[in-house]
Write a protein that binds this ligand. Structure first.
Ligand code: ZN
Ligand code: ZN
Length: 267
């Protein structure tokens, strides 16, 4: 059983209203061993009406206080989900050095200036174009930005496809997906299996099982498991399915991070 959740939000994230302590108490009741908060920091979100700018110092201070308070019950890790965009590389890199983060999760929420959460992203595009452009953004970022540990939810774009079947076949995007995965592997970084795909009724993880299998085939070893919880009851959601996907993909271990270094835990 996987009892380490490495993608969790609290009210320090613009889209979450649950106090950090409430998340922690729920996690303790669920007998989690390691809980890593990955609060959003997304700059340059022109089309968002809520702020995703993290108050780094307040986050750090509260985290540290609660980490000490609950140290005999759960191991809390300080993470951040950095919204990556090509114009932000040097700024984001500085942010990672300002506090002693355990885990830097790098996520593409914006492609060519727009978040696919905003359905305008899909306007006038076929599904193939919409998905390919998103993957091109990830490739560009993965090639040029390396101050992170794990790249988040690699096929986030599919959550919001508005015109019918959201799914895609790995082989239809094989060239670009292989290049993304190889770039991440060669940089010594990892990917995550993000179980929010099940919450969004995709019937699969982010990225899809096919892509996770391919990552392993290409030599990928570092993979964290995250629920992307924005509510306490979502902690470790669908981790039994993640466990099965990882085993079926050829993984014997998954990863957690402490002080930016991966540790491997048997499945
Ligand atoms: Zn995200
Ligand atoms: Zn998230």
């Amino acid at each position: 059983m996987i009892i380490n959740d490495f993608h969790v939000h609290s009210s320090f994230s613009g889209d979450c209203h649950v106090k950090m302590e409430e998340m922690i108490e729920y996690a303790i009741n669920k007998k989690l061993e390691n809980l890593c908060f990955t609060e959003h920091h997304d700059q340059d979100l022109a089309d968002s009406d809520i702020s995703f700018l993290l108050n780094f110092q307040a986050y750090y201070d509260t985290f540290q206080k609660l980490k000490d308070k609950y140290s005999d019950k759960i191991n809390l890790l300080l993470g951040i989900e950095l919204g990556i965009q090509p114009q932000l590389y040097s700024e984001l890199s500085k942010i990672t050095r300002n506090h002693p983060y355990d885990f830097i999760l790098c996520s593409s929420h914006v492609s060519n200036g727009i978040d696919p959460y905003n359905l305008e992203y899909f306007h006038g595009k076929t599904k193939e174009v919409a998905y390919t452009q998103y993957f091109e953004t990830i490739l560009e970022c993965a090639k040029n930005y390396t101050d992170y540990d794990v790249y988040g939810h690699l096929d986030y774009v599919i959550r919001y496809y508005p015109h019918g079947d959201k799914h895609y076949k790995y082989q239809d995007y094989q060239d670009i997906l292989d290049e993304i995965l190889s770039t991440i592997i060669n940089a010594g970084k990892g990917i995550e299996i993000n179980t929010a795909g099940f919450k969004y009724n995709l019937g699969d993880s982010h990225p899809s099982t096919e892509v996770i299998k391919r990552y392993r085939e290409l030599g990928g070893e570092i993979i964290t498991v995250g629920s992307d919880a924005h509510q306490p009851h979502q902690l470790c959601n669908y981790f039994d399915l993640a466990n099965n996907i990882l085993l079926a993909s050829g993984f014997k271990y998954y990863s957690i991070f402490k002080q930016r270094k991966p540790e491997f835990i048997k499945l």
